[in-house]
Design a protein around this ligand. Structure first.
Ligand SMILES: Nc1ncnc2c1ncn2[C@@H]1O[C@H](COP(=O)(O)OP(=O)(O)OP(=O)(O)O)[C@@H](O)[C@H]1O
Ligand SMILES: [Mg+2]
Length: 134
């Protein structure tokens, strides 16, 4: 497995929480990506909305469209074989979602054509409110 990091951006965020959010996405990506593939981390401006986007992209079977709306829910595990797995709690993405809300941003996902993309959207500098809602 390879990891590529591309782009350049600055983010106003709590360092520990930012690290946790990215780690949770990488943990999932590395688990679901096929051997020999490249997991990508891309940093970029978030377009018209302003702010900054961190994207974690992995190859692998697309997540079913009916699963996507639930994927950030607590204890949600899409793969039946993981439902009773001791190594999976289904909390990783719920934590990512909470961290993004604490920063006044949001997490989103898209998955199709064998590629899954999780995006962390941070608002532009002055709007970030890490821990404000804790
Ligand atoms: N990159 C991905 N590709 C395919 N499916 C994914 C991906 N990331 C998450 N999922 C699906 O979403 C479910 C929820 O992910 P989440 O990180 O919340 O829980 P988990 O990985 O099962 O457990 P935990 O992160 O608590 O160890 C996973 O069980 C998996 O089915
Ligand atoms: Mg996880």
């Amino acid at each position: 497995m390879s990891l590529s990091v591309a782009g350049d951006a600055s983010i106003h965020a709590d360092q520990t929480l930012l690290r946790r959010a990215v780690t949770n996405l990488l943990d999932n990506a590395l688990r679901h990506a096929p051997a020999g593939s490249t997991v990508q981390v891309n940093l970029a401006g978030a377009g018209e909305e302003g702010g900054t986007c961190i994207r974690v992209v992995n190859a692998g079977p697309a997540i079913a469209p009916d699963v996507l709306p639930h994927i950030f829910g607590r204890f949600y595990r899409a793969d039946p074989s993981r439902r009773n797995s001791a190594s999976s709690t289904g909390l990783g993405l719920a934590i990512v979602d909470s961290i993004m809300r604490l920063h006044g941003g949001r997490a989103s996902v898209s998955s199709s054509d064998g590629e899954t993309v999780f995006s962390l959207l941070f608002p532009s500098g002055g709007d970030a409110r890490p821990l404000a809602a804790a």
